[in-house]
Write a protein that binds this ligand. Structure first.
Ligand code: GTP
Ligand code: MG
Length: 238
C-alpha cells in the first residue's frame, strides 16, 4: 500500500489534549493524512491540532464547537473523506487504546477487503487494563450484537477500522440514527447486509492511560438499546 495520499485517519476527540500531540506525530511518521473531529474540547485539543507543523497539509481539523457525540463526529469525518477524495478511511480513537503497530498490520489487508476490523475477540486479540465488569459488558454486548446482526464476526463494537471509501459511498450516512457506540453496530449491520468482504485482524486494546474516560452507564444503555432495535428490525424484515 502507498499511504502517501489516499489514506486518511479519522480521529474523533473530546478532551484528548494529553494524547493528541504524540498520536499525530506517530501517524505523521507513517506518512498518513489525519482528520481530527473535535467537539470544542474545553481542554484545547483543537488548538493543539491547529499548531501542528503539518496543519492543513497532512493534519486537518473540523471543530464542531460543542459536544455533539462520537457517532456524528465519525460520520462527519466519513463525509469529509468522501468529499476530499480519499480511497481509504481509518477510524481510530485518540487515547492510544488502538496502537500504531496493530494499524500497520491492518493496513496490509486494506486493499484486499472492503472493511478491516481491529478485533479484540479473535485468537491473538486481547484487552489490557479493563476491570472485570467492563470486560463482561463488552463481551456480552458483542454476543448480543452478533445475534442481532446474524453475523459470525467476533468484534462488532470495535472502533478501530479501515473502510474502503467505495463502501462508505454506498451507505446512506445521513440515515444512521444512533448516537454514541451503537453507531458502530448500526453501520456494520448495513455492511453485513450488503455481503461485503470483512476481515478481522487481532489487536491488543490498551485501556487509556491519560485523559478522562467518557464511558458511563447511559452510554452503555444507549448502545444496548440501539443494538436490540437493529435486531428487532432485522428479524421482522425476514
Ligand atoms: N468528537 C467527539 N469525540 C468523542 C466524543 N466522545 C468520545 N469521543 C472520542 O472518541 C474516542 C473514543 O472514546 P473513548 O472516550 O476513548 O471511549 P472508550 O474507549 O469506550 O472509553 P474510555 O477510553 O474509557 O474513555 C476518543 O478519541 C474520544 O476522545 C464526543 O462526544 N465527540
Ligand atoms: Mg478509549
Amino acid at each position: 500500500m502507498n499511504p502517501a495520499k489516499e489514506y486518511v485517519v479519522i480521529i474523533p476527540t473530546y478532551n484528548e489534549a494529553s494524547n493528541i500531540t504524540e498520536l499525530l506525530d506517530n501517524l505523521l511518521d507513517e506518512n498518513l493524512h489525519i482528520l481530527v473531529v473535535d467537539d470544542g474540547s474545553p481542554d484545547g485539543t483543537s488548538k493543539i491540532v491547529e499548531n501542528n507543523s503539518f496543519y492543513n497539509q497532512r493534519t486537518f481539523l473540523i471543530n464542531r464547537g460543542s459536544k455533539k457525540g462520537y457517532a456524528s463526529a465519525c460520520i462527519e469525518g466519513f463525509e469529509w473523506s468522501i468529499n476530499n477524495k480519499y480511497d481509504f478511511v481509518i477510524q481510530m480513537d485518540a487515547d492510544f487504546s488502538h496502537s500504531i503497530k496493530d494499524l500497520k498490520n491492518m493496513l496490509r489487508y486494506s486493499e484486499e477487503y472492503d472493511l478491516v476490523l481491529g478485533s479484540r475477540y479473535i485468537p491473538g486479540g486481547e484487552i489490557i487494563g479493563w476491570g472485570l465488569l467492563r470486560q463482561i459488558l463488552s463481551k456480552y454486548a458483542n454476543i448480543v450484537a452478533r445475534i442481532m446482526t446474524r453475523s459470525k464476526l467476533k468484534d462488532l463494537t470495535t472502533g478501530f477500522r479501515i473502510y474502503d471509501i467505495k463502501l462508505l459511498k454506498n451507505i446512506n450516512l445521513k440515515g444512521l440514527e444512533s448516537e454514541g457506540y451503537g453507531f458502530l453496530v448500526e453501520i456494520l449491520n448495513l455492511i453485513i447486509k450488503k455481503n461485503k468482504n470483512i476481515k478481522e485482524i487481532p489487536i491488543t486494546f490498551n485501556d487509556r492511560k491519560l485523559g478522562e474516560s467518557k464511558m458511563s452507564f447511559n452510554v452503555i444503555l444507549d448502545a444496548m438499546k440501539t443494538t436490540l432495535k437493529i435486531g428487532f428490525i432485522n428479524y421482522i424484515k425476514n
